[in-house]
Ligand binder design. Sequence first.
Ligand SMILES: [Zn+2]
Ligand SMILES: [Zn+2]
Length: 106
Amino acid sequence: MKHFHIYQRIKNRPTYFRCIHPDCKHYLEKELVIGRRAECPYCHDDYVIQRRDLNNKTPHCSNCIAPGYENNTKTTKMKPKDKLRVTKLQTLFEDKVSKFLEGVER
Ligand SMILES: [Zn+2]
Ligand SMILES: [Zn+2]
């Protein structure tokens, strides 16, 4: 299968990047990935990997904004898991406050 690789950092070997195509077993040392043509995992256009792109777990082209960056600008948007955690904390806190208030009233 001929394609531009979509690189992703290998979990157990952080200085290596592998291709995430299901049928591709390609992987490469970080320094050798720089300057290579690759496919963007988001828009599927090809682009040349720069050193700074490799700070991402999944490098992508400069037209695509990193999902992490997007989260930073939209502060109201929360991951469902985080939302649940906040709700849980709020419930815990309200419980304590109401118990405290009950104690004061008595
Ligand atoms: Zn590949
Ligand atoms: Zn892209």
